[in-house]
Design a protein around this ligand. Structure first.
Ligand SMILES: Nc1ncnc2c1ncn2[C@@H]1O[C@H](COP(=O)(O)OP(=O)(O)OP(=O)(O)O)[C@@H](O)[C@H]1O
Length: 628
């Protein structure tokens, strides 16, 4: 389905300014996506119920949000879901998009094929949430290029992808913003970029939640003009809008109005006023029909919503006859009977392979980290500063028998520091990323495994550099032995900080940000107690299991044993000291109950916990992304 430039301008530009925009933006007419099948979205008897636990009544309470709504959104049209705040617009859109599944019932059909959870249906649509989050540290062109490589993969040439990116940016009026950071784009430009990113895979259906919210009237008109043009190419565009201006309202083909979870109008926008008039609701002259509908929906005219809902049902019922006739002549069902000529055109590019997804995501993270290098420098400087402070506080305590307790505290403090920094530097990364991850994953940019690997692996070198910098400064200042013990010290510190990182990811993935930032330190503190100045047999029975699962204990005992065990020769006892009880460091290790430490099993404990925590993080994210 295509239209001439004049038709587009006539359809889209309702005032001179938009006509100019549309005319100037003649690249739209130039740009042609590979033809995709037209997909109608039909939904029947959709309900949505939420439940919560009432603490006062001490029972489960359910709340019905959508009361069995039905309708049809056709390909080639731009349809809008409207209604007062809380009417259920976003809920309905989310259910249609497949974004919400839990709590909903009813049937959604795409060209009469019942949609299930199969990925083949996900390919057919893209969902753009209201507060679409973008990667702020990337420029517009970088964001588009990464998305193109992820979504179009390597089954198409780089030239084709480059051309798609350039043409889309031109089409969406972002041709002058190629090198602008996303964080510096205006609200309208961000919305257009969000649409451009999803258009790369050329989905036949676009769901947009309040695409005009937060935009000025000019940007609103541009945004809806764009959507209208996309619809005219044969796509199904479904969006929710709060309260459009009369100008904007005219641009929509179809209105689906909701009030308190029930449909009160389903039809062409131009038929709204006559329909309401037939029910005795006269829209005042020069009044915006959209405003009038909203006033009716919130009960300003005292109308019984049951009457409106019944009238809407009758209207829908009348249309069933028409649509049945249409259905008979309709092109085909979704997957089985695609016309051969459409099939020939429908060479949908395959997304990047999992390994390529990982490499692309890693590269993207690297670029983002490079742009935020100040954060890394601060982190490094903090380790340098604390290394110097600890180093001077515990200067030269490493080789004396009379300073062994001070050194013990230095070793404890050092491990605590790198466990904290390892954990806290990543604890909030998932809470901050969750919205963007959800959108990109839902729109099939990539799989969870390459994403998680790219996040974990990007952080490891940074934390390792910080840890080693701290060790280089403080180990030298505190005069620890410089032999194989140094390597063991580095090994245990590095493994412990990475294990703490995996805990940080897990806490961030499972708990809200406010909880995560205090739970992280609390858990680190709790585990650090086991093994430090407390012996296993002095611990109450019911806490003893914590000794076994504490990676901190495994790391700390590993460090202390590496420094003072493994046949360390007698420690230096200064002349002024009358007696040095710990000249033989084994005495100290016995008192601390750090004897017969099996370093390999300690390393194994840390590595196993690292693996388990990363697996738990994966599982948590998987549940969050797939069980909505
Ligand atoms: N998971 C949930 N738990 C409890 N209530 C919910 C849940 N999801 C939605 N609701 C409730 O359902 C109603 C409809 O929400 P929805 O977000 O769909 O409204 P809306 O029409 O999009 O409103 P707005 O225009 O203000 O965004 C609201 O009262 C909301 O509080």
């Amino acid at each position: 389905m295509s239209c001439t430039k004049e038709e587009i301008v006539k359809c889209c530009a309702s005032d001179a300014r938009d006509a100019k925009y549309a005319l100037n933006n003649n690249d739209f007419a130039k740009h042609r996506f590979p033809k995709k099948q037209a997909v109608d979205v039909r939904f029947e008897n959709i309900t949505y119920t939420t439940w919560s636990w009432s603490m006062t009544r001490f029972q489960k309470e359910t709340k019905r949000i959508l009361h069995g709504v039905s309708g049809l959104f056709k390909a080639g049209e731009i349809s809008v879901i409207m209604g007062p705040s809380g009417a259920g617009k976003t809920t309905l859109l989310n259910i249609l998009a497949g974004f919400t599944t839990r709590g909903s019932a009813g049937v959604v059909k795409l060209n009469d094929t019942i949609r299930d959870k199969s990925p083949r249906f996900r390919k057919l649509s893209a969902y753009i949430p209201q507060d679409e989050e973008l990667r702020m540290a990337l420029t517009v062109k970088e964001a588009m290029t990464f998305a193109a490589n992820l979504k179009l993969g390597y089954s198409v040439s780089n030239d084709y992808k480059k051309q798609q990116v350039l043409e889309l940016l031109e089409m969406l009026g972002l041709e002058n913003s190629h090198h602008t950071l996303t964080s510096r784009l205006s609200g309208g430009q961000r919305k257009r970029l969000a649409v451009a990113l999803e258009l790369l895979s050329n989905p036949p259906i676009l769901y947009l939640d309040e695409p005009t919210t937060g935009l000025d009237s000019s940007s609103c008109t541009q945004c809806v003009s764009l959507l209208k043009r996309l619809a005219q190419e044969g796509r199904t565009i479904i969006c929710t809008i709060h309260q459009p201006s009369a100008l904007l309202f005219e641009m929509f083909d179809k209105l689906y109005a909701l009030s308190a979870g029930r449909c009160i109008y389903d039809g062409n926008t131009k038929d709204l006023v006559p329909h309401l008039s037939s029910l005795g609701l006269q829209c005042p002259p020069y009044h915006n029909p959209a405003d009038f509908m909203m006033e009716v929906a919130i009960g300003e005219y005292g109308t019984d919503m049951n009457v409106l809902a019944e009238a809407a049902k009758v209207k829908q019922f009348d249309k069933i006859g028409e649509s049945t006739k249409e259905k008979e002549s309709m092109s085909c069902s979704l997957f089985d009977e695609i016309k051969p000529e459409e099939k020939a055109h429908d060479k949908s590019p395959l997304p990047a392979a999992v390994v390529m997804q990982f490499l692309l995501l890693y590269k993207r993270n690297l670029l983002t980290t490079k742009r935020g290098y100040i954060y890394f420098i601060n982190r490094l400087l903090a380790h340098v500063a604390i290394g110097l402070i600890f180093g001077y506080l515990y200067k030269d305590v490493g080789f004396g028998a009379n300073t062994i307790l001070a050194n013990y505290v230095y070793l404890y403090g050092s491990l605590l520091l790198i466990v904290y920094t390892g954990k806290m530097s990543v604890t909030i990364s998932f809470p901050l990323e969750m919205k963007i991850l959800t959108r990109e994953h839902f729109n099939r940019w990539y799989k969870l495994t390459p994403y998680l690997l790219s996040v974990i692996l990007i952080e490891i070198p940074f934390q390792v550099i910080c840890t080693w910098t701290y060790i280089a400064i403080s180990y030298w200042l505190t005069a620890q032995p410089v032999d194989f013990r140094l390597y063991l010290f580095i090994l245990f510190c590095t493994l412990s900080t990475l294990c703490a990182q995996s805990w940080g990811y897990f806490i961030g993935a499972t708990t809200p940000i406010k909880v995560a930032v205090f739970l992280g330190p609390v858990i680190a503190c709790l585990f650090s107690v086991f093994g430090f100045c407390i012996r296993f047999f002095d611990t109450p029975y019911f806490f003893r299991w914590l000794f076994h699962v504490s990676y901190y204990r495994a790391g700390f005992q590993g460090i202390v044993y590496s420094i003072y065990g493994l046949n360390r020769p007698e420690l230096y006892c200064p002349e002024e000291a009358i007696y040095c009880h710990y000249s033989d460091p084994t005495n100290f290790l016995k008192e601390m109950d750090i004897v017969d430490v099996d370093l390999v099993s300690n390393i194994s404990v840390i590595v196993v916990i690292w693996c388990l925590m990363n697996a738990a993080t994966y599982l948590t994210l998987w549940i969050k992304l797939n069980k909505r």
